[in-house]
Design a protein around this ligand. Structure first.
Ligand SMILES: *Cc1c(COP(=O)(O)O)cnc(C)c1O
Length: 363
C-alpha cells in the first residue's frame, strides 16, 4: 500500500477556524480526516482523506460492546520560521502497534501511517495554530466494526486520524497541581491492559478522577494494583520525582504506559548528566523523603501538558506540600527545553523533530 494509492476528497465548505486565544482542548476538528478499513482476508485497504464527517456503524458493531479499540495522541507545531513539525511521531505509531498487539487488532504499516498523517496535516495546515503554546492535536485511533455480538477479535476495523487545534495547556503560566493518592481504585495491573493505549483504561479511571475532583484535587496518583504501595502514574501521565538530587520514575513494569514524553525526559536528563533512575518507588519512600526535606520536585509528563508540576500530595489524611507549592527549577527547565525544541527555538540535538513537508515532497 503506497501513499499514491490514497484517494483524496477535499471539502467544498471549509469551516470557520477558532481564534487562537479561544482554543479549547479537543472540541473543534479540522476540515479533513484520514480513514482506512480492514477486512479479514484483504488486510488494510481503501486509505482515503475525506472531509471530516460522521461515520455510520451498525448498533451491533463490536466496538460498542467489548471496547476493542486503541488510540494515540500526538501534536504538530509551527516553528518560528513556519516549518511544520512533529515530535517523535514514529514512536507513537510503534506504540499504536504495541497496543494493537495487546488488543488483537491487526498492525498498521508505520511508514504508511506516517506518510498519510503528513499528507493530512499538509491539507489542513491552515488549522495549525501559531500563537505561543498552541498546536494541532492529532488523534489516530482504531475501532472494531464487525456487526457481531460474539466475544472474539473483530474481523473488521477502521483506522481514523482526526485533528484538533489546541490552545496552550498553561494559559496562565505553568502552575503546580494538587494530587490525591488513590487508595481504593487502581488504573491497571500487570498482565492487564495498562501498557496499551486503549479506551477501557480511561473508562475505568473516571470514577477515581471524579471523586478526587469533588475533594478539590485535580488528578489522582495511581498505586500498583496488588499491594497499593508502589507508584505507577499520575492521572493519565507518567510521573517523576526529584529526591536528594536524583530523578526517579517508576520502571516500566507491565502496567505502566510507556510515554513518549517520559522517554524523552529520561534521555534529556541523561544528556544533561543529571542522575535519573527507573525503578520501583513506593509512596512510603516519597513520604519519608518529604519528611527529611529531600523531596525536591515531582511532575507528571505527557503529550498534552509536556510537564505538569505537582505542588501537593494528599496521602493518609496528610498534605505533603512540595517546593512551597511552586514550580520547581528542573520542571521549568525541562518544560522550557522540550517546548523550545518542539517549536524550533532550540537546536534538536537528540533528533526528535520530524519535518512534515520535506518528506511529503520527497516521496
Ligand atoms: C498517553 C499516556 C501517557 C503519556 O504518554 P505520552 O506519549 O508522553 O503522551 C501516560 N500515561 C497514560 C496512561 C497514557 O494513556
Amino acid at each position: 500500500m503506497k501513499e499514491h494509492d490514497m484517494e483524496i476528497t477535499l471539502t467544498t465548505t471549509k469551516k470557520e477556524k477558532p481564534k487562537s486565544d479561544q482554543l479549547e482542548f479537543g472540541k473543534v476538528f479540522t476540515d479533513h480526516m484520514f480513514i482506512m478499513d480492514y477486512t479479514e482476508g484483504s488486510g488494510w485497504h481503501d486509505p482515503r482523506i475525506v472531509p471530516y464527517q460522521s461515520i455510520t456503524l451498525e448498533p451491533s458493531a463490536m466496538i460498542f460492546h467489548y471496547g476493542q479499540s486503541v488510540f494515540e495522541g500526538m501534536k504538530a507545531y509551527y516553528t518560528d520560521d513556519k516549518d511544520m513539525v512533529l515530535f517523535r511521531p514514529e514512536k507513537n505509531f510503534q506504540r499504536l502497534n504495541k497496543s494493537n498487539d495487546r488488543l488483537c487488532i491487526p498492525e498498521v504499516d508505520i511508514d504508511f501511517a506516517l506518510a498519510a498523517l503528513k499528507k493530512l496535516i499538509v491539507i489542513d495546515k491552515e488549522w495549525i495554530p501559531d500563537a505561543e503554546g498552541t498546536s494541532l492535536y492529532i488523534r489516530p485511533f482504531i475501532i472494531s466494526t464487525e456487526p457481531y455480538l460474539g466475544v472474539s477479535p473483530s474481523s473488521r476495523y477502521k483506522f481514523i486520524i482526526i485533528m484538533s487545534p489546541v490552545g496552550s495547556y498553561y494559559k496562565e503560566g505553568i502552575h503546580p497541581v494538587k494530587i490525591a493518592v488513590e487508595k481504593e481504585f487502581v488504573r491497571a495491573v500487570v498482565g492487564g491492559t495498562g501498557t496499551a493505549k486503549t479506551g477501557g483504561n480511561y473508562a475505568s479511571s473516571l470514577k477515581a478522577q471524579k471523586v478526587s475532583e469533588e475533594n478539590g484535587y485535580s488528578q489522582v496518583l495511581w498505586l500498583d494494583g496488588v499491594e497499593k504501595k508502589y507508584i505507577e502514574e499520575v492521572g493519565s501521565m507518567n510521573v517523576f520525582f526529584k529526591i536528594d538530587g536524583e530523578v526517579v520514575t517508576p520502571a516500566l513494569n507491565g502496567s505502566i504506559l510507556d510515554g513518549v514524553t517520559r522517554s524523552s525526559i529520561i534521555e534529556m536528563l541523561e544528556h544533561w548528566n543529571i542522575p535519573v533512575s527507573q525503578r520501583k518507588i513506593s509512596m512510603e519512600e516519597v513520604y519519608q523523603a518529604h519528611q527529611e526535606g529531600k523531596l525536591e520536585e515531582a511532575f507528571g509528563t505527557g503529550t498534552a501538558a509536556v510537564i505538569s508540576p505537582i505542588g501537593e500530595f494528599f496521602w493518609n489524611d496528610e498534605k505533603l506540600i512540595l517546593n512551597e507549592g511552586k514550580t520547581g527549577e528542573l520542571s521549568t527547565k525541562l518544560y522550557n527545553t522540550i517546548t523550545r525544541i518542539q517549536t524550533g527555538k532550540e537546536e534538536d540535538q537528540l533528533g526528535w523533530i520530524t519535518h512534515v513537508e520535506e518528506k511529503v515532497t520527497q516521496e
